[in-house]
Design a protein around this ligand. Structure first.
Ligand code: ADP
Length: 376
């Protein structure tokens, strides 16, 4: 049980690279927080500073209200799971999990209880006598988690724990981490570059770029109210379509005019634009692929496109479209919504009409990329 607080934390490596700039974050007791962002954005560095494996150049890190800047990793009461598992190859699974407890000189019968209990939770009881080389990647990862679990640490740190696993196993282990979290009831800080992992695991997500926090929020907040184009494009797959267009205000109603179409920004979105006093003019309009609609007929509100690629994903189609001015858009269409005849028509070069409603639109400043409503 522990809260973790980072105040103005900065990391400059010896080569004068500033990897983390003024990182401020308060993680509540038992919260599951995910640091996510592209490779090199400073996620691991931040996690390693919390663990004490990396010095802090400036700022303070507190665990449960105690400043830990100068505490050794072993005195911080944290457990860490790494991407490469870091198991001892010459020891059995049992001995790997028991290792840190033996260092603490815990009695063997208590160790036995803790190791077998962790093994049961993780479903690795039958492998306790094996060496790591006789295990699959997923099983090794479970051993690494078991080793962290038995220590009953206040904070559980995980650095890309699933990135060495194949896609199927990764999905399975992701679900297991959610279950584990319910059983352990402790504070988790998890690093990944994978937005799906971040969205499915995190109570809150910290989206980073170039050592800076771009946004902190719940998965729904960052998905529905991205503060800028970076967050908007990073969260969600395939990524959000970005369209350069104009916002018009006619008789108190907002409209956009993408590729010559005229679409009203009605309902709540229109109200939000009004409340934020957004001025008409050039905007970057963001619309997610799943929010674009395929129309049978052209109208004032449709955008004519040509189909370039039709990716059949099973339950949905990903249509790669190109507009008259060569802008590329992606549209996700649930397969079930299309008749077989219609599906057969969706071939290279076919002419299609798409539209979207005001409800699903995102508006960004074309120069700064900032969200005009949520982060002006
Ligand atoms: P991430 O985990 O997001 O991939 P890192 O925290 O590993 O990013 O790295 C952030 C930045 O710090 C990168 O530019 C990386 O090259 C740099 N960096 C990481 N470790 C070191 C180091 N030991 N010495 C110098 N620069 C480093």
């Amino acid at each position: 049980m522990a809260s973790v607080k980072l105040t103005d934390v900065k990391k400059v490596y010896d080569n004068h690279v500033t990897s983390v700039h003024d990182f401020n974050l308060e993680i509540k007791d038992k919260e599951f927080v995910v640091f996510v962002g592209p490779s090199g954005c400073g996620k691991s560095t931040t996690l390693r500073m919390i663990a004490g494996l990396e010095d802090i150049t400036e700022g303070t890190i507190e665990i449960d209200g105690v400043v830990v800047n100068d505490l050794q990793p072993k005195d911080r009461d944290i457990a860490m799971v790494f991407q490469n598992y870091a198991l001892y190859p010459h020891m059995t699974v049992y001995d790997n999990i028991a290792f840190s407890l033996r260092l603490q000189k815990m009695p063997e019968d208590t160790i036995y209880e803790k190791v077998t209990n962790a093994a049961e939770i993780l479903g690795i009881t039958e492998y306790l006598t094996r060496k790591p080389r006789a295990l699959s990647g997923g099983q090794r990862q479970r051993v690494a988690i078991g080793r962290a679990m038995v220590r009953n640490s206040k904070v559980f740190l995980m650095d890309e724990p699933l990135s060495n696993l194949d896609a199927k196993l990764r999905n399975q282990m992701r679900a297991e981490i959610i279950l584990l979290r319910q059983k352990l009831d402790t504070t988790f800080i998890y690093v990944t570059h994978d937005q799906t992992e971040a969205m499915t695991l995190g109570d809150r997500i910290v989206i980073m770029r170039d050592g800076i926090i771009e946004q902190v929020g719940t998965p729904m907040e960052v998905f529905e109210k991205p503060h800028n184009t970076f967050v908007a494009e990073f969260i969600g797959a395939p990524k959000m379509n970005m369209i350069k267009t104009e916002l018009h205000l006619i008789d108190g109603h907002y409209y956009v005019s993408p590729f010559g179409a005229k679409i009203e920004v009605d309902g709540e979105k229109g109200q939000e634009l009004k409340q934020a006093r957004v001025k008409p003019g050039d905007v970057t309009l963001g619309v997610r692929p799943e929010h674009m609609l395929l129309c049978d007929q052209p109208s004032e509100a449709t955008i004519p496109c040509k189909l370039e690629v039709n990716e059949m994903m099973g339950s949905e189609l990903h249509l790669h479209l190109v507009t008259a001015d060569e802008t590329r858009l992606i549209v996700r269409v649930p397969t079930i919504e299309l008749s077989e005849t219609r599906r057969a028509q969706l071939t290279y070069g076919s002419e299609l009409y798409i539209t979207f409603t005001g409800k699903v639109m995102h508006f960004f400043n074309p120069e700064t990329g900032k969200n005009l409503i949520y982060h002006p």
